[in-house]
Design a protein around this ligand. Structure first.
Ligand SMILES: [Zn+2]
Length: 107
């Protein structure tokens, strides 16, 4: 029988033992405890798997995008408000200019 195995080195006693790759992969993912067969120390994989790191990175990027979209929306709103103000000021300026022209003509 030929089973794929992964070696584990106990950080407590230094004992090296082999486990089926399926066991290794499962515990790498679920971070559940297992035990050193020599000293009975509680072991577990705390290190994040590549997939977990990827998911975290994707989450971070997603949050980043959402933050930037909120900033863009806020700037768009501010821009629209400024545009409305500019338009109304332009209207007022035009009105004043016409009034002034009329006064000049009357003189
Ligand atoms: Zn041990």
């Amino acid at each position: 029988m030929n089973i794929a195995t992964a070696s584990i080195s106990c950080p407590e006693c230094g004992f090296v033992f082999w486990v089926p790759t399926a066991f290794y992969k499962m515990h790498l993912k679920d971070h559940e405890n297992f035990y050193c067969p020599a000293c009975d120390a509680t072991l577990r994989y705390l290190e994040k798997t590549g997939m977990e790191r990827c998911e975290e990175a994707v989450d971070k990027i997603r949050q980043d995008v959402e933050t930037k979209q909120r900033v863009i929306q806020r700037l768009k709103d501010e821009n629209a408000a400024l545009e409305r103000r500019r338009a109304s000021q332009q209207g007022a300026t035009t009105k004043l200019r016409r009034k002034l022209d009329k006064i000049h003509k009357e003189e």
